[in-house]
Design a binder for this molecule. Structure first.
Ligand SMILES: *Cc1c(COP(=O)(O)O)cnc(C)c1O
Length: 416
C-alpha cells in the first residue's frame, strides 16, 4: 500500500505534509509504518495533552462508545453537563456558561457571534448595532469565514476575499494607539494571551491590563482565544493567568488540548451583568441563537472530562512551569549563536532561529528546515511562523524525555 499515492489521488492537497505515515502512539512516542519510533513534541499541535493513548482517556472513550455515542443536543446527556461543571469549577474558576463546539475555529465563531449579540443589546448612540471586533497582527483564530476574518495574517486570508466585515487588526503588545482605534462600532477585543501559530508571542501584563481597562471604560467585551494555550499548557490552568491573574475576561474559547485527542472545542461567556444592569453576558446566546449537531456529544465529552480531571489531579500545570524553567536554563546554557531567543510559557515554547545562520533553498523557511532535520533524527516538532520552532510536548512528559529531545535539538542546532 502506497499511502502517499492514495492521498495524492483522493485527499485534497490543502496540507504540506511531512513524508511520514504514523500508525500508533503511546505516551510521548509515535511509530511510523516502517516501525521507526519518534519522540513526539508536536502532539498533534498541542492536542494530546496527556500523550498518546493515555489509559484514562482510552478507557473513557471505550466505555462511552459502548454506552452512548451521540444523541444530539435535543436531550440532556451526563458527560456534557459534568464536563461543563469540571471546566467552570476547577479550571476557569469564574461563574459563566459554556457552549460546546467541535473545533477552535467554531468556538471563535461563537465568540464573534456573541460579540455581535452584545452589539445589539448595547448599540451605538444612533441605535445601530455595534459589531466590530478588534484583533491583532500575527494572530491565528482559525479557518472558517468568521475566524479567518478575525485572523490578523494576510497569508491566511489570501484568495478568499471579500472577508466578513467587522474586524480590525492592531499590533500585538502595542498599547499606544489602542484607545484611539476604538470606534463607535467597536464591541470587543479578541486575542490570544500567548500567540501560538504566529510565532509564540506572549502578551505583556501591561498590554492585557490596558485592554481590560479599555473594555471597562468603553463597554467592550474582553475575549480570550485560549484554543492552544489553555488548560494547563502554559503553567496555569488558563494562559492569561500566567500573565495577569486578576483579569476577569468576558468570554473565552478553547479546543486543542482540552479533549486529550478527540475533536472538541468550547466557548464560555461570563455570568457578569452587562452594562444594562440586568443581562448576564452568558444569556446573550439564548434559545435558538446557536447550535451544533455534534457539539458536546457524550463520546468527546467523556474523553475531555477525564483529560481535564487528570490534568488537575496530577497538577500538570505546575509541572509545565517547572519543565519550562529546566528547558530554558538548558537551552540558554548552550550559548548557541543560531538561537536568538526562547519565547512562550510552560510547555508552549518557541525557539527563535537566527535566519542568517540557517541557509535554506526553494523558499523553505529556516524553521521548516530545522523541523525536517529533527524528524530525520527522530523528534517531531512544529514550526510557528518562518523562524521559530515550537515545542509542544505532552503535559505529563518526563524529565528524561525532555533530556532526549534537548540532546537531539542540540546536536542539530550546534551544526549551524
Ligand atoms: C488552532 C487554533 C485555532 C483553530 O482551531 P481549529 O480546531 O483548528 O479550528 C484557533 N485559535 C488558536 C489560538 C489556535 O491555535
Amino acid at each position: 500500500m502506497n499511502i502517499s499515492q492514495i492521498f495524492e489521488d483522493h485527499v485534497m492537497q490543502t496540507y504540506g505534509r511531512f513524508p511520514l505515515t504514523l500508525v500508533e502512539g503511546q505516551g510521548a512516542r509515535v511509530r511510523d509504518d516502517a516501525g521507526r519510533e519518534y519522540l513526539d513534541f508536536c502532539m498533534g499541535i498541542a492536542v494530546c495533552s496527556l500523550g498518546h493513548c493515555h489509559p484514562r482517556v482510552v478507557s473513557a472513550i471505550q466505555a462511552q462508545a459502548a454506552k452512548l455515542t451521540h444523541v444530539s443536543n435535543l436531550y440532556f446527556t451526563e458527560p456534557q453537563g459534568l464536563l461543563a461543571q469540571e471546566m467552570n469549577e476547577n479550571h476557569i474558576g469564574l461563574p459563566g456558561k459554556i457552549f460546546f463546539s467541535n473545533s477552535g475555529a467554531e468556538a471563535n465563531d461563537g465568540l464573534i457571534k456573541s460579540a455581535r449579540r452584545y452589539g445589539h443589546l448595547r448599540p451605538q448612540q444612533d441605535g445601530k448595532p455595534r459589531f466590530e471586533v478588534i484583533t491583532f497582527k500575527q494572530s491565528f483564530h482559525g479557518r472558517t469565514l468568521g475566524s479567518m476574518a478575525a485572523t490578523g495574517q494576510e497569508k491566511i486570508q489570501q484568495g478568499f476575499d471579500p472577508m466578513l466585515p467587522g474586524f480590525r487588526y492592531l499590533p500585538y503588545n502595542d498599547i499606544e494607539g489602542l484607545e484611539s482605534a476604538i470606534s463607535p462600532e467597536t464591541v470587543a477585543f479578541l486575542l490570544e494571551p500567548i500567540q501560538g501559530e504566529g510565532g509564540v508571542n506572549t502578551a505583556t501584563k501591561e498590554f492585557l491590563d490596558a485592554l481590560a481597562q479599555l473594555c471597562e471604560k468603553h463597554d467592550l467585551l474582553l475575549m480570550f482565544d485560549e484554543v492552544q494555550a489553555g488548560f494547563g499548557r502554559c503553567g496555569e490552568s488558563m494562559a492569561w493567568r500566567t500573565i495577569s491573574p486578576e483579569i476577569n475576561p468576558d468570554a473565552i474559547s478553547w479546543a486543542k488540548g482540552m479533549g486529550g485527542g478527540v475533536p472538541i472545542g468550547a466557548f464560555w461567556l461570563s455570568d457578569r451583568i452587562a452594562s444594562d444592569g440586568k443581562t448576564k453576558f452568558s444569556s446573550l446566546m439564548g434559545a435558538g441563537s446557536h447550535g451544533s449537531t455534534y457539539g458536546g456529544n457524550p463520546l468527546v465529552c467523556s474523553a475531555a472530562l477525564e483529560t481535564l480531571r487528570e490534568i488537575r489531579e496530577q497538577n500538570l500545570p505546575y509541572q509545565a512551569k517547572e519543565h519550562e524553567k529546566y528547558i530554558r536554563e538548558t537551552i540558554t546554557s548552550w550559548g548557541l549563536p543560531v538561537i536568538t531567543e526562547i519565547r512562550g510559557k510552560g510547555l508552549l515554547l518557541g525557539i527563535s532561529l537566527n535566519a542568517n545562520l540557517v541557509k535554506t533553498e526553494d523558499g523553505e523557511t529556516p524553521a521548516l528546515k530545522v523541523v525536517r532535520q529533527l524528524i530525520q533524527r527522530g523528534l517531531l516538532l512544529v514550526p510557528a511562523g518562518p523562524e521559530t520552532v515550537r515545542l509542544l510536548p505532552p503535559l505529563n512528559v518526563t524529565r528524561s524525555e525532555i533530556d532526549e529531545a534537548l540532546a537531539l535539538i542540540y546536536s542539530t542546532l550546534s551544526e549551524y
